[in-house]
Design a binder for this molecule. Sequence first.
Ligand SMILES: Nc1nc2c(c(=O)[nH]1)N[C@H]1C(S)=C(S)[C@@H](COP(=O)(O)OP(=O)(O)OC[C@H]3O[C@@H](n4cnc5c(=O)[nH]c(N)nc54)[C@H](O)[C@@H]3O)O[C@H]1N2
Ligand SMILES: Nc1nc2c(c(=O)[nH]1)N[C@H]1C(S)=C(S)[C@@H](COP(=O)(O)OP(=O)(O)OC[C@H]3O[C@@H](n4cnc5c(=O)[nH]c(N)nc54)[C@H](O)[C@@H]3O)O[C@H]1N2
Ligand SMILES: [Mo]
Length: 729
Amino acid sequence: MAKPLLNAGGGYPAILYTLRKGLQTGHPIDFVRRMRSRNACKTCALGMGGQLGGMVNEAGHFPEFCKKSVQATAGDMGDVITEEYLARTPLHEMRFLTSAQFERLGRLTFPIIAEPDATHFRRATWDEVITRAAEAFAGTSPDRAFFYASGRSSNEAAFLLQLMARAYGSPNIHNCSYYCHQASGVALNGVYGSGTSSISLDDLAQADFALVAGANPASNHPRLITQLVDLRARGGKVVIVNPLKELGLQRFRVPSKPKSLLFGSQVSDLYLQPHIGSDVALFKALLKGVVEADALDRVFIADHTAGFEEVLADVQGTPWSALTEACGVTREEIDEAVRMLVAAKRGIFLWAMGLTHHLNGVDNITALANLALARGWLGRPGCGLLPIRGHSNVQGVGSVGVAPALKEAFATALEAAYAIKVPRDPGQDTYASMEAADRGEVDAALLLGGNLFASNPDRTWAGQALRKIPFTVSLTTKLNEGHVHGRGQTAVILPVFARDEEPQATTQESMFNYVRLSDGGRPAVEGELRSEVDILATIAERVLPPGRFDWATLRSHEALRGEIARVLPAFRQLADIGKTRQEFQIEGRVFHDPAFATPDGRAHFAVTPLGSLQPLAGEFRLMTLRSEGQFNTVVYEETDLYRGNKRRDVVMMAFDDAAALGVSEGEWVTVSTESGKMQVVVSLVDIRPGNLAMYYPEANVLVPRKLDPRSKTPAFKGVLARITPGPRK
Ligand SMILES: Nc1nc2c(c(=O)[nH]1)N[C@H]1C(S)=C(S)[C@@H](COP(=O)(O)OP(=O)(O)OC[C@H]3O[C@@H](n4cnc5c(=O)[nH]c(N)nc54)[C@H](O)[C@@H]3O)O[C@H]1N2
Ligand SMILES: Nc1nc2c(c(=O)[nH]1)N[C@H]1C(S)=C(S)[C@@H](COP(=O)(O)OP(=O)(O)OC[C@H]3O[C@@H](n4cnc5c(=O)[nH]c(N)nc54)[C@H](O)[C@@H]3O)O[C@H]1N2
Ligand SMILES: [Mo]
């Protein structure tokens, strides 16, 4: 059975890890300085650091420890890739490097290029690569180009990226959100007319109930656990909804709390384990329970919402048995959760990829929002909806326009400010660009960070599609698998400063809609690195007709912030943030009053059909997820301490399922889906029988190309799979 290598999440291992990594960099003092510098944390979107300095949250609390910010900071220090390494390592050999091996190669410190049919990457001059990139974009029709951004870049770089792409004439502008929280944005826009969290960090401190669905913050947003522990300490209740029992959502040692560090803190009061992809059924069951307990907030519903009657009729017309059978959670457990929901005064609902990575991702979130509205938990302090966002600036990148469609006011303002035409028909979303590439309809792509190859479903197909693109240019801190497997026929790869190395300050937006200022700093490595903004401006200057923009101005981050403030009124305070150093809450996002951003000012209920993920006999439901030793496609450590796995080529499954198949812990099995096969080793965990979990990105071979039609997000966690024992090795 499960063999976690710890008895609680967090704690001393996280602290010791920090010390060990700091020493391993060879520059422990510089490491500590970087960890404590005034820069927003490079990993998740919780919004640590900024002007308060590293390891401090938005509420000023210190010290906030997190293993992955340590990994990211240490990872950007130390080794560099040499010209000699590239000369001695042919591309066909680099294809066999794992993500962790790429990570250990170190930083890229000079531009490189791989020509069509080249056997190796070769070092190039900045002049050559910029000329080649400019020729590639100038030589094609803008609708045959696309622009992708990961969520690590600054608001300044992201704004410039979308401005240059739009001025060039391409609407194909998108970011990793399409593979991440897009379903949340779509659902929340329907609910309250705004696509981000309805709460700020302080609200968490006032709630007496939290429901965390489809998220594993213990490993992916560790500092959120402090909030849950505090909520329980105030007498509140925490309910977890997750098919897999995650150790750190049961017990966690909060490093900044001495007692918790010693003895561990209980994180949750109730742990519901529905089947993968059945959350709509469970949320409807909770709503049915609330209705039957007569715990609706009828005044709020009447005064501030629309659409309740249809949702009520739907829930009342669905028998209990249909709901409990669909999700697998017993009526007793549901009743217990309902008792907590009904007893609480202020509740917050939090979720992440366990809800969005499904064919019905938008419905999952809508069903959860219905529950919040039924209790009147929106538009009041201490209540609301919180999508736990991924990348540290994924929200900001979208806010400043890296998206294929813009809100009307933003589009009009851009047109007025720059005399450009912003087409009202949306451009390609991320997956649409992948399909266009596969059809041979993309000639040039610009990739601002990220790893589009390893983030896609159907890994083999994704590599083939990207390799058909005649020219790709990637801006990156390090090499990753995508730079080899997903490189265009001609591929140019350009080295950039990380956030804490930028010569000019940058800004980021946290998942609480809070704008942070990062001071930047000295580069951790020597070489020809350049700032993202500088590179983008240099390419744009060569591609766009002369005289349209003042490129000297657009290379200034301060000036770019002024431009953002000019076209986005909610970011007014951004114009002077370099001088005032005043970080701020973006206007119009947080709802502390029940006046919503929808056309009728009301919050909207909507009916949600049950999910369609239905295994046939012999099939399992498979989800792909992260370990605490990785950050997305970047694997730092093979070990997953919390789930007790020492290797990543495993399939996590329930004891009963393994017994029925006649396999046990450590034995080889073959997992197959409609898109591929993988040989992996069995790992027994506490997961609802009938469900499996495997690690992303390796398991992307098994993820078919199927999307939620509304969010265009692949169903990375809603896969049907079969298992056969063997082959024995
Ligand atoms: N250490 C670390 N931190 C990270 C990242 C990282 O890779 N490593 N990535 C960052 C990014 S970009 C993101 S988006 C976030 C991701 O943060 P999370 O969404 O927390 O990450 P995942 O591991 O993808 O999946 C989360 C959980 O969803 C559960 N789950 C899967 N399917 C279902 C389902 O159908 N229903 C329910 N209720 N639960 C389900 C899984 O069991 C798992 O516990 O983390 C960010 N932070
Ligand atoms: N099967 C499966 N697939 C998934 C997921 C899943 O759960 N399961 N999760 C999805 C999710 S939530 C996401 S967000 C995507 C991730 O999608 P991406 O954002 O595209 O991928 P990352 O792995 O975060 O990108 C990491 C790379 O970014 C670059 N980088 C790091 N820091 C910087 C920087 O400061 N500047 C620049 N320019 N580059 C930098 C480095 O090259 C690094 O290797 O994957 C998605 N794919
Ligand atoms: Mo993400």
